[in-house]
Design a protein around this ligand. Structure first.
Ligand code: 1OR
Ligand code: 1OR
Length: 276
């Protein structure tokens, strides 16, 4: 445990926001990890990590720029850099392998270090638990059947668990879309406001499995319907950037389902809504 001032804690909180490994930690675990992290001030030219060494710490960047170098045929080549955010040094700790790259500060900066034992005991355990849970969930979504194993794992890592108590709204018709959701547990009601005067709020259908909220991400239009939790609902959310990066291979299937939605709409006499 490394005590920290309020100012340090605020900076650390900000820094870890960019790291996937910190999402989905229980509040208790999150605060244990932050307690265990310690600050290091670095100068240009400092080697934070040397390729080939054993892994000691995992690092989260608070500030500064860092070059990534990889040794090819005896020569260190710069293959990338970090600019004021990100994290590195997880590979050697995850896989018990030598450091895969050299990391050198190119400006003055500050990094937060987390020792190997805490990294493995808390961060890694939580990440693999989350991954297993989400993998199982995604395996049961037919749309994703033809993603490769690797694509599905990336997707599993990008999901963030959220809960919505009974009666609360998950999506509001007309809003801009930020993410889509896979249902982990519970039941949601899909409701649409008709263009009738006065407008009517109709339940279109209910869902207990699969996904929703993909339509606005595919069409780049406002939300076509509202979604309410009718149980205590748990979902796994995928933000729009990850959606575009990871679900490209499924876009055709999702576009086809727009035709189904429109067919249903016509049957319900709501066809003035142009989904596509
Ligand atoms: P580590 O524990 O092996 C070096 O220590 C760290 O550099 C590594 O964890 C990663 O966090 C980070 N290949 C390997 N390691 C990389 C790479 C990388 N980029 C960052 N690290 N690249 C592949 C190069 C063929 C990507 C270069 C942009
Ligand atoms: P979204 O991003 O537009 C609302 O946000 C979500 O409700 C939408 O994505 C779909 O995932 C989901 N028509 C339109 N959206 C529907 C429908 C639907 N069902 C679920 N959603 N219809 C029901 C078809 C059984 C047709 C309208 C009657």
């Amino acid at each position: 445990m490394h005590p920290k001032s309020d100012e340090q804690r605020a900076r650390l909180n900000e820094a870890v926001k960019h790291s996937l490994l910190f999402r989905n930690l229980e509040p208790e675990q999150f605060s244990q990890v932050l307690d265990a992290m310690f600050e290091r001030v670095v100068q240009p030219g400092d080697h934070i990590i040397d390729q080939g060494n054993d892994g000691d710490n995992f690092y989260v960047i608070d500030s500064g720029q860092y070059d990534i170098l990889i040794n090819k045929d005896g020569v260190d080549e710069t293959v990338g850099c970090y600019n004021n955010e990100g994290s590195f040094g997880e590979l050697a700790l995850m896989y018990n392998t030598p450091r895969a790259a050299t990391i050198i500060a190119t400006t003055p900066g500050v990094i937060w270090a987390l020792d190997r034992i805490t990294f493995r005991k808390i961060l890694l355990k939580a990440a693999s638990k989350k991954r297993r849970m989400h993998e199982e969930l995604l395996e049961n979504v037919p749309m994703l059947a033809h993603l490769t194993e690797h694509e599905r794992l990336n997707l599993a890592d990008a999901l963030v668990t959220k809960t919505f108590p009974n009666g609360t709204i998950v999506i509001r018709q007309g809003d801009e879309a930020e993410c889509m959701y896979f249902i982990v547990k519970g039941k949601v009601s899909v409701r649409m406001t008709s263009a009738a005067d006065p407008p009517e709020d109709l339940e279109i259908t209910t869902l207990t499995e699969g996904y929703f909220g993909e339509l606005a991400l595919v069409t780049h239009k406002p939300r076509a319907a509202s979604i309410y939790a009718v149980d205590d609902v748990t979902v796994a959310a995928l933000d729009v950037m990850a959606f575009e990066r990871l679900l490209g291979p499924c876009m055709d299937i999702m576009k086809r389902s727009i035709d189904d939605y429109e067919e249903q709409l016509r049957k319900l006499g709501l066809s003035n809504t142009d989904l596509s």
